[in-house]
Design a binder for this molecule. Structure first.
Ligand code: NCD
Length: 356
């Protein structure tokens, strides 16, 4: 088994993402550190979805919920979110609570010693002295990966879970998106062979990169990207699809894409990344919104998804339509994150086999 202690930082950082996978895995194949979508293959996704379903079921009875609350009652997790978050923070917190993990949090670096000039690296090392896992969100691409290497090579190795890194990756969001898609189509022939349409700010939306990759783990899932020319999907995403022989298209007409879609994945304009203030406001986004007209074009068993938060890219008139999956998607996040955290600590098998 490969470990992060077997390789220097420069050599590790230079590896293609898929080649990094074995360094981040537990002996049972589940991730130890969760850093990017390339760590997951179909087998792992199926195991995690099954574990999430199992936790969801066990938690329905009081006895089951109390059993779950004991599973990781001996562990503490630090939620280190130096970028704004509602759902990702709360669903990780709730996932920890389901499993009995005690949590601490820093949500604003200005309230920690970073304000006194401490580096993020030193802060994270500090957390590792008091906690058994770090769940972190950072505007800095690659910080979670660097920290995973640093901690694995420290005297107190603990797992890192990337809850959003810069414009780059958001692996746990992609897990909940796949979990939602799998559940949406499980009684309708499955996710294989479906068409997923991504729309909005595909350039800077990290959830898109992570989900696009995870969908390549399924058979013949076609991906269609719809965005204003200024916000089109980055070349590395397209290169990955090409190298895997995945059918895809880059188009600019949402309505015709919706007609072909089994799932439409809307995203907001990520204007916090604008290089000059107000730059995004100058982009014409009017044709990249989902409303009553698009709803009429969507297949009867199609689904509308959104990582949230939304602005006006999905009209509120869609909210009560049974195909609007974004509310359920949000709750699915809690279950799949509970599954991932339990698996990270090696509790997959005992939960799957427990008597509840
Ligand atoms: C996303 C994110 O932070 O990347 N939100 C989330 O985690 N649910 C999407 C976004 O902020 O637009």
């Amino acid at each position: 088994m490969l470990r992060l202690t077997d390789i220097g930082w420069e050599s590790f950082a230079a590896l293609p993402l898929e080649a990094k996978r074995p360094y981040l895995a537990r002996p049972d194949g589940m991730p130890y550190h969760t850093l990017f979508a390339q760590q997951f293959d179909r087998g792992l996704l199926e195991r995690l979805c099954a574990l999430a379903n199992r936790i969801r079921f066990i938690n329905k009875s009081k006895e089951g919920a109390l059993y779950l609350k004991n599973v990781l009652a001996h562990k503490r997790a630090m939620l280190y979110f130096s970028q704004p978050s509602s759902r990702t923070f709360l669903s990780h917190l709730a996932a920890c609570q389901i499993l009995g993990i005690t949590t601490g949090s820093v949500r604003d670096a200005a309230t920690s010693s970073e304000f006194k000039g401490e580096t993020k690296e030193d802060s994270i090392r500090t957390f590792s002295s008091y906690f058994d896992m770090i769940i972190m969100r950072s505007p800095e691409q690659g910080l979670a990966e660097k920290m995973a290497w640093e901690l694995s090579n420290s005297d107190r190795p603990i797992p890192i879970l990337n809850a959003g890194s810069g414009k780059d990756q958001h692996p746990t969001q992609a897990l909940l998106d796949v979990y939602t898609l799998v559940r949406s189509f499980e009684t309708k022939g499955g996710l294989d062979g479906r068409t997923v349409v991504f729309c909005g700010d595909l350039l800077r939306g990290r959830t898109v990169r992570s989900l696009s990759y995870l969908l390549t783990d399924f058979r013949d899932v076609r991906q269609i990207f719809v965005a204003p020319p200024e916000l089109h999907v980055p070349e590395d995403v397209i290169e990955t699809l090409k190298s895997k022989g995945v059918e895809h298209a880059v188009v600019d007409d949402l309505r015709s894409a919706v007609k072909e879609a089994d799932a439409v994945y809307m995203t907001r304009i990520q204007d916090e990344w604008d290089s000059s203030k107000g730059a995004s406001a100058k982009i014409d986004t009017s044709r990249f919104k989902f409303g009553a007209e698009e709803l009429k074009l969507l297949k009867p068993d199609g689904v509308i998804m959104h990582p949230l938060p939304r602005r006006d890219e999905i009209a509120t008139c869609c909210d009560r339509d049974p195909r609007a999956m974004y509310w359920r998607q949000m709750r699915n996040g809690m279950w799949i994150r509970a599954a991932l955290i339990a698996a990270t600590f090696g509790f997959e098998r005992s939960i799957m086999n427990c008597g509840y």
